[in-house]
Design a protein around this ligand. Sequence first.
Ligand SMILES: [Cu+2]
Length: 174
Amino acid sequence: MSLRNHGLLAAGALLVLALAACGSKESPTAPASGAAQASLVVKDPWVKTAKSGMSAAYGTVVNPTGKDVVVVSAASAVSAMIELHETTTVDGKMAMRPKEGGFVIPANGSNEFKPGGDHFMLMDVTTEVKAGDQVTFTLTLQDGGTVRFTALGKDFAGGNESYRPGAPSSMTMG
Ligand SMILES: [Cu+2]
């Protein structure tokens, strides 16, 4: 067997594993009998249009439960990788950075993800996001649970704060 074939086989095996992992997680919304605790709700989610490269998703994440819920990661088929980012001011300039420990959505509270603030950073858009597109995201929680939401593709000029570190900061956030 050539090395090339071997590589393909290995890739195939990984794919099967990945599919199996997905399947178990997303088993058709099995209504957890009885203790079905309402999870997070994402209101008015939207994602900035992008052909490739970086983009971001926003919305208000509501926690109707009586316990803090921690979002530890996010994923979407349109981006090879998504990071949880917060925006801070460093030396008078706004910059974004990965949120250590994930986002805590307070019990009976919410956290607003918006340009110039917290956001879900699409690090590597692999499928163009166009205005009007419906893009599905999956949040993974600290307790292993997942929350899915569908964001609407929207054109938006801002939210570019630290794409080009070193460039003059042009914060026109609303
Ligand atoms: Cu970011």
